[in-house]
Design a protein around this ligand. Structure first.
Ligand code: SF4
Length: 367
């Protein structure tokens, strides 16, 4: 099957400097995609899509830093892709406004604000690039407080030093009225065993919490990460190595396609070996396959790769280009990913027969 997702990294600039940022922002001169390259890439992607599902995600740096460019490409993609194309974006929220939300809704761009929780958790890792003392949390809250949340999502990253507050942070966003709440552990973070146990306990707490919401017929929220967890677990059960076959097309800020987004953690120009074509030439599919074959080999020779819930190849690509030893990074990745996936699969096993759960996660369109 061909690609179904285009991930566009609009620039390498951000007004924040989050400690765990997985793209290289504000390192070297600012680089922005041109509207012409963006349009060509959208056209190319839409030509290559074979199946019914197609999605474009706008990322950064901060995607709203160049708001006119964002508007132009969102309008273009919507017009070219029609109503069946899912558009989404992840923003840090510091540049959000009621007028921008009206525009995003008008183009049906599913918008997710990255926030790690209440002030203490959020501001621990999410800080301004040029003013570390100023609270990002306070600014984002000031901007989104009065906005309708029924079509807005929030995405939390938790680390070993914010995991203790995970469930209460989810509860905080639920009570703010967010419809989509998603979360991820920082998978490159080295988690002490004690903190992995806290993650297990917090995820058990999440299962109880979500169960209560369903049982009491309260407004549920959509946990976006569950879709891929459920899909990948289903494929694992069927004996499929789903992660061998990446459906993402990644466009970097300099107009180059990458085999995977993880090497974007290196400054522009430092991961040229990962370039697999560009907006003008299109994708070099054979080169891309070559990268995957190498990563698959590395992973499977070491006994990993069976029942993966998250694609492990990015760790290899990043480590290789960064000149690091992939093996300890991969071992850590597997340890953290397994605890996270097991916790969410327990939630699924416990709740999957509930009709509301079925409606949201089995019958609904995935965004
Ligand atoms: S807001 Fe996003 S892009 Fe900007 S530094 Fe933080 S994680 Fe990176």
């Amino acid at each position: 099957m061909g690609p179904d997702h285009l991930a566009v990294y609009l620039s390498n600039s951000c007004n924040l400097a989050c400690s765990y940022c997985y793209v290289s922002v504000n390192q070297g001169p600012p680089v922005h995609l041109s509207l012409a390259a963006l349009k060509r890439s959208v056209d190319y992607f839409l030509e290559k899509v074979e199946g019914p599902s197609k999605k474009i995600t706008f990322l950064g740096g901060e995607p709203f830093l160049n708001w006119p460019l964002f508007q132009d490409i969102a309008r273009y993609a919507r017009a070219r892709g029609g109503p069946g194309l899912v558009l989404q974006t992840f923003t840090n929220g510091t540049l959000m406004s009621p007028e921008r939300l009206v525009f995003l809704d008008s183009q049906e761009v599913h918008t997710t604000i990255s926030l790690d929780g209440r002030k203490a958790a959020n501001d621990k890792h999410r800080v301004y690039f040029k003013n570390k003392e100023r609270s990002v949390f306070d600014d984002v809250m000031g901007r989104i407080k009065g906005l309708p949340k029924d079509n807005l999502g929030v995405s939390l990253v938790f680390t070993h030093d914010t995991i203790d507050e995970f469930l209460s942070n989810v509860d905080y966003f639920y009570k703010m009225g967010f419809w989509r709440i998603t979360f991820n552990p920082e998978l490159y973070d080295v988690w002490p065993e004690r903190k992995l146990s806290v993650m297990r306990a917090q995820l058990k707490g999440l299962t109880r919490y979500y169960k209560l919401i369903l049982e009491k017929n309260l407004r549920p929220f959509q946990i976006q990460i569950l879709y891929s967890i459920m899909e990948n677990a289903g494929k694992n059960k069927a004996g499929l190595k789903w992660w061998h076959d990446c459906h993402n097309v990644v466009l970097g800020p300099e107009g180059q396609f990458y085999a995977c987004d993880k090497p974007l953690a290196l400054p522009i120009g430092k991961a040229e070996a990962q370039h697999v074509g560009n907006a003008d030439t299109g994708m070099d599919w054979a080169k891309r396959e070559g990268h995957y074959a190498e990563a698959i080999d590395f992973i499977e020779q070491r006994g990993w790769g069976k029942d993966e819930t998250f694609c492990p190849m990015g760790v290899y690509f990043y480590a290789k280009e960064a000149g690091k030893d992939p093996e300890p990074m991969m071992a850590n990745f597997h340890k953290v990913a397994e605890v996270f996936a097991d916790g969410l699969l327990e939630l699924v096993a416990e709740l999957e027969s509930h009709p509301v759960f079925q409606d949201i996660y089995v019958n609904a369109r995935v965004v």
